[in-house]
Ligand binder design. Structure first.
Ligand SMILES: N[C@@H](CCC(=O)N[C@@H](CS)C(=O)NCC(=O)O)C(=O)O
Length: 207
């Protein structure tokens, strides 16, 4: 079996995939295609993903782009614990977290952590954008925590793909002075402490 992950360790979406690979105990190679250096837009990577994005994976000669497709494909083909919940309702909970993150979460969280950590990448430090990002990120986290309810993980008793989507951007937010404000959401602290304890989280720090 050959498995290559294209994308650098600074990318939250790459970390989502890498956490799944760690949860599965999979062996893989990683090519650090660096977003900060514009490498996803070089011809070599555009040949893998014409949209100039990471992550991309290649599994025994089969290429997959888009994190949602990569996650469900790898969860299905790799041995190890399943990250797809067993019931239709819990699958919907995991999918909701994933889609909320894609549609409203990543962009607004990046407006906040990008301000402090990657200002050049987001076009400079814009306070109006940062404040808007704080409000939208809180809405995202509070809606996802409502989906989690009293369960330990977003889609129930077990870790699922939805949790793996959210954790990497939260890790970047936690490095900023706005973390306390953004994370002041019912149920978040308990979930976040659980995520930080996972070996798959601890072994995939952003670099
Ligand atoms: N829809 C894509 C989004 C992936 C994405 O936004 N990746 C970022 C890094 S976290 C990227 O490659 N950015 C490069 C760029 O926009 O130049 C997916 O789900 O995989």
């Amino acid at each position: 079996m050959s498995l290559t992950l294209y994308g650098f360790d600074g990318s939250p979406y790459v970390r989502t995939v890498k956490m799944l690979l760690k949860e599965k105990g999979a062996s893989f190679n990683q090519l650090q295609v660096n977003v900060m250096k514009g490498e996803p837009h070089q011809p070599e990577h555009l040949a893998r993903n014409a949209f100039g994005k990471v992550p991309v994976i290649e599994h025994d000669g089969f290429r997959v782009i888009e994190t949602a497709a990569i996650m469900s494909y790898l969860d299905e083909v790799l041995p190890g614990p399943s990250l797809t919940p067993k019931t239709a309702r819990d699958r919907a909970r995991s999918h909701m977290a994933q889609a909320i993150y894609d549609s409203y979460g990543y962009g607004s969280m990046a407006q906040v952590f990008g301000y402090y950590l990657f200002p050049d990448f987001i076009g400079g430090q814009n306070d109006a954008s940062r404040l808007q990002g704080i409000e939208k990120s809180k809405l995202v986290l509070s809606e996802v925590m409502k989906i989690k309810g009293g369960d330990p993980f977003i889609a129930g008793q077990a870790l699922s793909i939805g949790d793996l989507y959210l954790a990497p951007a939260c890790a970047y937010l936690s490095m900023t002075p706005d973390a306390e404000q953004v994370f002041a959401v019912n149920g978040f602290a308990d979930w976040w402490s659980r995520m930080q304890q996972l070996p798959s989280f601890q072994s995939t720090p952003p670099q």
